[in-house]
Ligand binder design. Structure first.
Ligand code: C2E
Ligand code: MG
Ligand code: MG
Ligand code: MG
Length: 281
């Protein structure tokens, strides 16, 4: 009886696995198509100076305009893009796109000093060749590379920490600025604050939203901002969704911030008026 049950379960497992596999194979085909057909778009989320409310930059967030499934966020395809290595091509497209966007903004005096921040996966920083290609791309496309910020989360450095750090330093030589994303989730090793060339530390959204009822987390953030003053990094609070959370982030010493309370990520329209600087709520 146990054997029959076991077999039954095994078959059930097989069926669902087969379905999953088929779905991921289809998605993989779709993703390859997407790279060729350029079905990706970027949504931009404002990043504000929390004290003055001025918009100082934007984070470019990847979206896939899927032919039948609609607009997909990274959670539904990023893992696959990394597994298949397609992420390298996609991210090179991201770099070229934000270069174009900065060039468009260049002709508007009020947008001349705005930066754009992009996210790169560990796949990119982990291998030397893609980093060299990326560096060339940056040198070619950016007159002012300091207006490009590149974000990595700490998982990006997990696999080959030494080589990744070496590559990160190569990347920095192009003149771009670097940010550590999602700090306050996962390991949050002090090593990244001490030995890596990050100019910005982005505090992870759940951590930021916890400040209003978790005094210890808020104290931690306050200490990080003090550390930032001597180490030379600035804090960006992510995921601010209310006035109370905004106030707490400012009180903790976060200089910059982003979140739905300030502005949601959105497509940038060609119309000039839609790109203008405005202030947070
Ligand atoms: P992230 O870099 O930490 O980006 C912030 C995420 O939080 C975005 O999700 C954004 O839409 C969302 N968000 C912003 N403000 C709020 C808020 O107030 N409340 C809540 N609940 N969410 C908020 P999104 O766009 O789905 O991106 C998810 C992650 O995908 C990003 O997290 C980033 O790690 C990754 N990602 C995005 N674009 C790229 C890319 O071009 N390459 C790579 N490798 N990863 C990317
Ligand atoms: Mg990010
Ligand atoms: Mg983040
Ligand atoms: Mg992230």
């Amino acid at each position: 009886q146990a054997k029959a049950m076991g077999r039954g379960r095994l078959m059930f497992f097989d069926d669902s696995m087969r379905e999953e596999l088929l779905a991921s194979l289809t998605l993989e085909q779709d993703l390859r198509q997407a790279v060729n057909k350029k079905e990706f778009v970027l949504n931009y989320q404002k990043i504000a100076d929390l004290n003055s409310s001025a918009i100082i930059g934007y984070e470019a967030l990847l979206r896939w305009q899927h032919p039948t499934k609609g607009l997909l966020t990274p959670s539904s395809f990023l893992a696959l893009a990394e597994e298949t290595g397609l992420i390298i091509e996609i991210e090179n497209w991201v770099v070229a796109s934000v270069a174009k966007q900065l060039a468009l903004w260049d002709v508007q005096p009020e947008l001349k000093s705005i930066f754009i921040s992009i996210n790169l996966s560990g796949k990119h920083i982990f291998q030397t060749k893609p980093v060299q290609q990326l560096s060339k791309l940056i040198q070619h496309h950016f007159n002012e590379p300091e207006r490009l910020i590149i974000e990595f989360n700490e998982q990006a450095f997990n696999q080959q920490p030494e080589r990744s750090l070496k590559n990160l330093k190569l990347l920095k030589k192009t003149g771009v600025r670097l940010a550590l994303d999602d700090y306050g989730s996962g390991q949050s090793s002090i090593n990244y604050l001490n030995n890596y060339p990050f100019e910005f530390i982005k505090l992870e959204q759940h951590f930021v939203r916890s400040f209003i009822n978790n005094i210890r987390n808020w104290e931690l953030a306050k200490s990080l901002s003090a550390l930032g003053e001597s180490f030379g990094f600035r804090l960006i609070a992510e995921g601010i969704e209310s006035q109370a959370q905004l106030d707490k982030a400012i009180a903790a010493g976060c200089e910059y911030g982003q979140g739905f309370f300030i502005s949601e990520p959105e497509a940038i329209k060609a119309d000039k008026d839609d790109n203008g600087i405005d202030h947070c709520a």
